[in-house]
Design a protein around this ligand. Structure first.
Ligand code: C5P
Ligand code: MG
Length: 190
């Protein structure tokens, strides 16, 4: 069974590539950002809580996000491979994910980390903001999201590197070029 983590800063292309990888390899695309936004759209109690974090570019607390992810993954068919997009965002989330996989007798096959230069990330997000309708896709919030990424999310790289699951990918170029690099990395562990 193939289980992939697509990793990288905001604007690096996790969502775009995650959808393509899910389709090619028959994986469930589990985007925690999408799950959170769905809670907000449907006006759940939970949505009102997470909206505050998203709008500020901050992270939803580990315990909360882990609970959402857990309950979503539990509903997937047994043996269904997954591509995790936007999770883990902290070392604690990484640890929880490994525990969760072990409980399901499953393993993470690879973490692919999309590397894109900072100014390119900002440009992409500001451009995306014109059509995405996302409250956090703007020049001000992106600065905060990038700072949170550097401080809280990047340390997870070492966690996966130590487990020999880490693979850096050049995230520059066309969607198809980047997709080709990701597929090469995934095919090498499949
Ligand atoms: O992954 P994505 O960029 O779509 O996430 C958007 C926002 O959702 C993040 O900036 C953060 O506020 C929230 N989020 C989170 N914890 C996660 C994933 C997303 O707090 N694991
Ligand atoms: Mg995304």
């Amino acid at each position: 069974m193939l289980n992939v983590i697509i990793f990288g800063p905001p604007g690096s292309g996790k969502g775009t590539q995650g959808v393509k990888i899910a389709e090619k390899y028959g994986l469930a695309h589990v985007s925690t950002g999408d799950l959170l936004r769905k809670e907000i759209e449907t006006n759940t109690h939970f949505g009102t809580i997470v909206k505050g974090y998203i709008d500020k570019g901050e992270l939803v607390p580990d315990a909360t996000i882990i609970e959402i992810l857990d309950s979503y993954v539990d509903k997937l068919p047994v043996g269904q491979g997954i591509i995790f997009d936007g999770f883990p965002r902290t070392v604690e989330q990484a640890q929880s994910l490994m525990n969760m996989m072990a409980e399901h007798n499953a393993q993470i096959s690879i973490l692919v980390d999309l590397e894109v230069e900072r100014q390119e990330l900002i440009d992409r997000i500001v451009l995306r903001g014109k059509t995405s309708g996302r409250s956090d896709d703007n020049a001000e919030t992106v600065e905060k999201r990038l700072a949170v990424y550097d401080e809280k999310t990047k340390p997870a790289v070492d966690f996966f590197d130590n487990l020999k699951l880490y693979k850096k990918i050049d995230g520059n170029g066309t969607i198809d070029e980047i997709f080709g690099r990701l597929c090469d990395a995934i095919d090498a562990v499949k």
